[in-house]
Design a binder for this molecule. Structure first.
Ligand code: KMH
Ligand code: ZN
Length: 274
């Protein structure tokens, strides 16, 4: 396990509306500026959901390609595109995300209730994503919303082999209504069920942000933060911007004597080609 801490920023997501959260980055200019400010304070990877002209979630391939290109030229961050999209996106559009050729893409390991919605991830679709990434040399991050999904990950690796880069990295997304709770006991149980040799990061939605962050640091894991997951800095206090969340995570990682990894150290950890 690496000594340093990989900090991923997930700045936008597909759930919050710009009208409700004006500081949410939704245009390419806002996203690039966010990425730069987050890199400056310790982020090494960015988990990207893009928006359309109307600020609504989009999986438009042209926009995705332009986003990957802009983030590559304006930052040194590892660029991860979401293949999860929004709960309303069809599988074919989610699979097409890989054609934008990011460094990394998310791959959610099972269907989960998602608030009042259902985040659908059929087995065949998961296999198609995993293979699509193997073929293109894109490094997956396996998103785990519930502990049983780790059994599916082991089945996937047994049946279809290691991912591009040869290393297995998991992100625990905790505290989604319908998924696993965001608390210390659940995170420790999930870590104990990881495939051998896998690394993990963790993020807690909303008020589970801090308990998950502290536990992940203590358990040797990495951190994901950002306005995709929380729009409150503390009770009743809105997040000012994504860099504020990254700076807090980097500060805690430093106190834990596991300072933030650079993007290049992260490429080495995850097996992303330089
Ligand atoms: N927006 C969620 C329905 C991912 O990015 O891969 C799915 C999600 C996971 O955010
Ligand atoms: Zn996401």
């Amino acid at each position: 396990m690496s000594l340093g801490t990989l900090i991923t920023v997930a700045p936008t997501g597909a759930e919050h509306a710009k009208a409700d959260v004006p500081q949410l980055p939704v245009t390419l200019e806002e996203l690039v500026a966010t990425a730069q400010s987050c890199e400056q304070v310790g982020a090494a990877m960015i988990h990207v959901h893009i928006r359309g002209e109307d600020a609504k979630p989009s999986l438009d391939l042209g926009r995705l390609k332009a986003t990957v290109e802009a983030l590559r030229s304006e930052t040194n961050l590892v660029v991860q595109l979401s293949s999860g999209g929004s709960v309303h996106d069809p599988e074919e559009n989610r699979l097409r995300v890989l054609e934008a050729m990011p460094d990394s893409a998310s791959c959610t390991m099972g269907t989960v209730n998602f608030g009042d919605d259902v985040f659908m991830n059929r087995w065949e679709f998961i296999v198609a994503l995993h293979k699509g990434m193997q073929e293109r040399g894109i490094v997956p991050e396996y998103e785990i919303f519930d502990i049983g999904q780790l059994a599916s990950l082991k089945r996937l690796l047994d049946q279809h082999g290691l991912p591009a880069g040869g290393h297995v990295h998991v992100d625990f997304v905790m505290g989604v209504p319908g998924g696993m709770p965001g608390d210390a006991a659940t995170l420790v149980a999930a870590v104990n069920a990881l495939p051998d040799g896998a690394t993990f990061s963790a993020t807690g939605i909303g008020r589970t942000t801090l308990p998950v962050m502290f536990t992940a640091l203590g358990a040797g894991g990495h951190l994901r933060v950002g306005m995709e997951d929380t729009i409150s800095y503390s009770r009743g206090v809105p997040v000012r911007d994504n860099a504020q969340l990254v700076a807090r995570a980097a500060g805690l990682a430093k106190i834990a004597q596991r300072p933030a990894l650079t993007p290049d150290e992260t490429r080495k950890l995850l097996g992303v080609h330089i």
